[in-house]
Design a protein around this ligand. Structure first.
Ligand SMILES: Cc1cc2nc3c(=O)[nH]c(=O)nc-3n(C[C@H](O)[C@H](O)[C@H](O)COP(=O)(O)O)c2cc1C
Length: 366
C-alpha cells in the first residue's frame, strides 16, 4: 500500500489515510442554519468512501454578521450542536475523523437569517460578482466598516462556536482564513484600508487572526485540533497577491503557529503554483519549511498526480475538492483501481445544494 494510504498521525488525530475531503459549501441546512438529515447522509458518504478526514463546509459563527449564504449551516446554538452531533456520529461510525470549518463571511455576504447589513474590515466591496450558485444576488452590498467592538464580537463568535464544536463531538476546527472571507479580508490590502491596530502593516492585518487563534486555543484546550485555511486568492479575485510576498507569508505562518495553531491548510488553483509577488515557492512550500506546524495541501490534486504531491509534501494531508464531489468514494476507488469521474458542474446547478446533486444523480442513473 502506498504511503498516502497508510494510517497517519496529524495534529493530534489518528487518521486512516492522508486524504481529506476539502470544505465545500452546499447551502442545504434549514433556514435557521440547523444541519439536517440530508447533510448527514451527504457527509457520511465521504466517510464511507474512505476519506481519513472530513472537513465540513464553511459554518457561521455568530448571530451578528457572520453568515454569508441562505441555508448555510451555523454552530451557534443547541439546535445547531444537535444537528452537527448526528453528522459527527455518523462520520465517526464510518471510521473517519471530522473537523468543522468555522467561517465569518465579512464583506463576501449574500444572504443571512440574522441581518441584512454585511460588515467588513473597511467599507469596501469584493471584486467581481456574487456567486450565483450560492444565491440570487447580482451585486455585492457595501459592508459597514467594523468597529473594534464588532471585531471583538466576531472573535468571540469563533471562540463560542469552537466550544460548540467540542460539544458536538468534532475532532477539531479549521478557521476559514482563505478565499476572501473575513479573516482573509483583514490580511488583504484590497479589503483592509484601516488605519488602526487592525490595519496597515502585516503585523496589524494579522492581529484578528492571532487573537482568534489564541482565544480559541484557550477555550478548547491543548488536545483539540486547531488549524486555519489560508490563501491569497479569493473566490472572485484569482490574482490577488499579498504585497509582502514570500517573506510576508512566512511571517503569517510563524504568527499562526506561535498563537497556538496545529495546522495550516493552504489552498490555491494548483498546490504547486508559485503565487508570490517574489520568489519561486508555493504557499505549501513555505509552510512545509517551517517547523512546528502541520500542513494540508489543496488545489488540483487528482487520481494521477496525488503520489507526487504526497511525496513532495511528506506528512501532509491531501484535501480533495471537485474530484470528491464527483466521486464521494474517491479514496475507495483509488484503492480498488476503479475509474475516477470528472466533476460535471451541472450537478451544482442552478444552486450548489445537495438536493440538486441528488436530482442530477437520479437523472444520470435513469
Ligand atoms: C461547490 C464548492 C464549494 C466550496 N466551498 C468552500 C468552503 O465552504 N470553504 C472553503 O474553504 N473552500 C470551499 N471551496 C473550495 C474547495 O475547498 C477547494 O479549495 C477547491 O475546490 C480547489 O480544490 P480542488 O482542485 O480539489 O477542487 C468550495 C469549492 C466548491 C467546488
Amino acid at each position: 500500500m502506498s504511503d498516502v494510504m497508510q494510517n497517519t498521525r496529524f495534529s493530534k488525530l489518528t487518521l486512516d489515510n492522508r486524504f481529506a475531503l476539502a470544505p465545500m459549501t452546499r447551502t442545504s441546512a434549514e433556514a435557521d442554519g440547523t444541519p439536517n438529515q440530508l447533510m448527514a447522509d451527504h457527509y457520511e458518504a465521504y466517510a464511507k468512501g474512505g476519506f481519513g478526514l472530513v472537513i465540513t463546509e464553511g459554518t457561521y459563527t455568530d448571530d451578528q454578521a457572520s453568515q454569508g449564504y441562505a441555508n448555510q449551516p451555523g454552530l451557534i446554538n443547541d439546535a445547531h450542536v444537535q444537528g452537527w452531533k448526528t453528522i459527527v456520529d455518523r462520520v465517526h461510525a464510518a471510521g473517519s475523523k471530522i473537523v468543522v470549518q468555522l467561517m465569518h463571511a465579512g464583506a463576501q455576504f449574500q444572504a443571512s437569517h440574522h441581518t441584512d447589513e454585511p460588515q467588513g474590515p473597511s467599507a469596501v466591496k469584493p471584486k467581481g460578482e456574487p456567486l450565483g450558485f450560492y444565491g440570487d444576488q447580482t451585486e455585492w452590498k457595501l459592508p459597514k466598516a467594523m468597529t473594534e467592538a464588532d471585531i471583538e464580537t466576531a472573535i468571540q463568535g469563533f471562540v463560542e462556536s469552537a466550544k460548540n464544536a467540542q460539544a458536538a463531538g468534532f475532532d477539531g476546527i479549521e478557521l476559514h482564513g482563505a478565499n476572501g472571507y473575513l479573516l482573509n479580508q483583514f490580511l488583504s490590502t484590497h479589503f483592509n484600508r484601516r488605519a488602526d491596530n487592525y490595519g496597515g502593516d502585516l503585523a496589524n492585518r494579522l492581529r484578528i487572526i492571532v487573537d482568534t487563534i489564541k482565544g480559541v486555543r484557550a477555550a478548547v484546550g491543548d488536545d483539540f485540533a486547531l488549524g486555519i485555511r489560508l490563501s491569497q486568492v479569493t473566490v472572485t479575485d484569482p490574482d490577488y497577491q499579498f504585497p509582502e510576498g514570500e517573506a510576508g507569508f512566512r511571517q503569517i505562518v510563524e504568527a499562526v503557529r506561535d498563537a497556538g495553531a496545529d495546522f495550516i491548510h493552504t489552498t490555491d488553483g494548483d498546490v504547486e503554483r508559485t503565487p508570490f509577488v517574489d520568489g519561486e515557492k508555493s504557499l505549501a512550500d513555505v509552510v512545509a519549511e517551517i517547523d512546528g506546524i502541520d500542513l494540508i495541501i489543496n488545489g488540483g490534486i487528482d487520481e494521477t498526480n496525488h503520489p507526487d504531491r504526497a511525496a513532495n509534501y511528506p506528512g501532509s494531508l491531501l484535501a480533495i475538492g471537485k474530484k470528491a464531489l464527483a466521486n464521494p468514494d474517491f479514496v475507495q476507488r483509488l484503492k480498488d483501481g476503479k475509474e475516477i469521474e470528472d466533476l460535471d458542474f451541472a450537478m451544482l446547478q442552478p444552486k450548489a445544494t445537495i438536493s440538486n446533486e441528488l436530482a442530477w444523480r437520479r437523472k444520470q442513473a435513469a
